[in-house]
Write a protein that binds this ligand. Structure first.
Ligand code: DQQ
Length: 585
């Protein structure tokens, strides 16, 4: 036992050191979601005998049964939103990957169609992996995707392919053709099994440009390719992005945003003086979604991250369970929409027994924070059409140790929006500089909801059982730094979320770039049976947890607001709604 403790401590120390070794300070997420290209041959073809409903989210995108992962090729075409994702039609673990296809008028209610891409040609015989959609002139969508042509070496020999609709007049785009001149790109020798996930393409200077994720040993790379006709592609001499020590860069994404602090999104090919750019990769080794904001030198085809959001600052879309994200430009509402996948935190055996695994998080609108240093994210407005019964609170004071239960709505399936206020910052705890070196999630582990503080912890207890044997706290804690500034920590802690000992129950955390001048902090959480998806301070920081309570299910779940700091907190406003079930595939 003693030896085991030493080993666990050693592993923790090593994990803490990784960011230092890499000279980065990734906020949390070190090894939080297990890598999954691992094949479970004994599991991957076990069809769901019965789909277990308990814990199955109601309003998050998912198929009726079996496994899903990455969002692929989101787009709008002839009155419909199209969404594709990686899908195992035969079981609840990763494997047998095809492209599931669904359509929607509002990105909330979904109708599933037959899979759009299934392995059928020599150039995708072992899998149709992730890719993106580009709308070519004349309103002609085209998909770029990765085909796996040999099973070995793990995880397969990868090429890039394209597919086009068989019938452009069909708004459902049910049939896709894979032309015989595929593959359009083969890897260079050293990265045959690390060459995948073409991004959406953008157009300038007479060329289409797109990115492909790759690596060279531990150097993560996003290659830039150019084409005049979308079929013959040439690799640029310089990689679009590379970074030592990050490992495979999956699912690169690159898009423009208005720099004027406007919420509207821009078409992927937009250039102009009022434009900033976002570059994102999904890091396979740490399972971190890293993005930077920067400028794009069109003449040189080079992206320059701003020094306010370089890799050393480590911005993340979501400091919890969120991976392989992809954005698209919604031409109807002129917004940039972000999709991300949340894996299960349950065991593989449990997933097989449940008959399902993986969800997509609620699509989020993303835009540039007025500071220009980071993004803001917010659930799409259409989610509000599912709001049912409402509960309202106003000006409820919470002294140290107080909780107040929110009753009268379906709290296991709810949208909760709270604004907390406090009259002073004087009780903020001192921030210890050495925490800078910790993954933020570790700080949330040490400074949990039950650890009394000064200003905070305060927040909500989601999916709580009657006697609090189980609960998932989402909360803030304010620290004061040596230079008289304040640091706001936001945590979503699954440690006590379930009495089931087998589950993976991490504490997640991220700092919030909050302006405390008004002495308020806001929190919105979307609670959906096994999902707690939380937006701090209007989307400055987002954290998603997957949890599997044994007791706090359906009508036996409870919701509280709480304060465990010596400074009194006021719930200035709380609006909470029951959320109805949409049509889901
Ligand atoms: N998932 C896909 C790959 C991608 C990975 C395979 C990211 O194309 O790199 O299902 O989750």
């Amino acid at each position: 036992m003693g030896m085991m403790n030493i080993c666990i401590k050693l592993i923790r120390v090593l994990l803490c050191c990784i960011p230092i070794i890499l000279n980065t300070t990734f906020h949390g997420n070190i090894g939080v979601v297990m890598a999954f290209h691992k094949v479970y041959p004994h599991h991957q073809n076990i069809g769901a005998a019965k789909v277990k409903q308990v814990h199955k989210p109601a309003f998050h995108f998912q198929p009726k049964q079996h496994w899903i992962n990455d969002p692929n090729a989101p787009m709008y075409y002839k009155g419909l939103y199209h969404f594709f994702c990686q899908y195992n039609p035969k079981g609840a673990v990763w494997g047998n990957i095809v492209w599931a296809h669904s359509v929607s008028k509002d990105m909330i209610n979904w109708k599933s169609l037959k899979p759009a891409l299934v392995p059928s040609k020599w150039f995708d015989k072992y899998g149709c992996w992730s890719g993106s959609a580009t709308i070519l002139p004349g309103e002609k969508p085209v998909i770029l995707y990765t085909g796996v042509i040999k099973e070995t070496p793990e995880p397969g020999h990868q090429v890039q392919n394209y597919a086009i609709p068989a019938n452009y007049s069909d708004p459902y785009l049910e049939e896709w053709v894979k032309p015989e001149n595929n593959p359009i790109l083969k890897p260079i020798m050293e990265n045959i099994s690390s060459f995948r996930d073409p991004s959406a393409a953008w157009y300038n200077n007479g060329h289409w440009k797109m990115l492909i994720g790759s690596r060279n040993y531990s150097r993560g790379i996003a290659y830039l390719y150019r084409s005049k006709d979308f079929v013959r592609w040439t690799r640029a001499r310089h990689p679009f992005h590379e970074k030592m020590g990050t490992g495979m860069s999956e699912c690169p994404d690159f898009y423009p945003l208005s720099s004027q602090g406007q919420k509207n999104g821009l078409d992927t090919s937009t250039l102009g003086s009022g434009t900033k750019y976002v570059f994102k990769v999904s890091l396979d080794e740490t399972r971190n979604e890293c993005y930077t904001i920067g400028s794009y030198d069109v003449a040189q085809d080079r992206y320059h991250p701003d020094n306010t959001s370089g890799w050393d600052i480590g911005l993340s879309y979501d400091y919890g369970n969120f991976y392989a994200s992809k954005t698209f430009f919604d031409p109807v509402k002129k917004q940039r929409i972000l999709w991300g996948w949340a894996n299960e935190s349950s065991t593989k055996d449990e997933d097989v027994a449940k008959g399902w695994a993986g969800i997509q998080l609620i699509p989020r609108t993303v835009w540039l924070d007025p500071s220009g240093k980071q993004l803001l994210q917010w659930p799409i407005q259409e989610l509000e059409t599912l709001r049912g019964k409402k509960k309202k609170l106003k000006n409820v004071k919470l002294n140290k140790g107080d909780t107040k239960e929110i009753k009268g709505i379906t709290v296991a399936q709810a949208d909760v929006d709270v604004q907390f206020s406090f009259s002073s910052l004087s009780k903020a705890e001192a921030y210890d500089k050495k925490w800078d070196k910790f993954p933020t999630q570790d700080l949330c582990g040490i400074k949990g909801a039950t650890v009394q503080g000064g200003l905070g912890p305060f927040g909500i207890l989601a999916l709580a059982s009657k006697n609090l044997e189980e609960y998932t706290p989402v909360f803030f804690r304010v620290f004061k730094t040596d230079d008289n500034n304040y640091k706001v920590l936001m945590c979503s802690d699954a440690t006590l979320s379930s009495t089931n000992k087998n589950e993976y129950k991490p504490s997640f955390g991220g700092f919030v770039d909050a302006n405390l001048a008004n002495r308020t902090l806001s929190l919105r959480s979307l609670i959906d049976n096994s999902v707690v998806e939380s937006f701090g301070e209007g989307g400055e920081t987002v954290i998603t947890s997957r949890v599997y309570p044994e007791l706090a299910v359906y009508g036996d779940a409870h919701l509280h607001v709480f304060n465990n700091g010596t400074e009194s907190i006021t719930v200035r406003t709380l609006n909470a709604w029951s959320i109805n079930k949409p049509i889901m595939n």
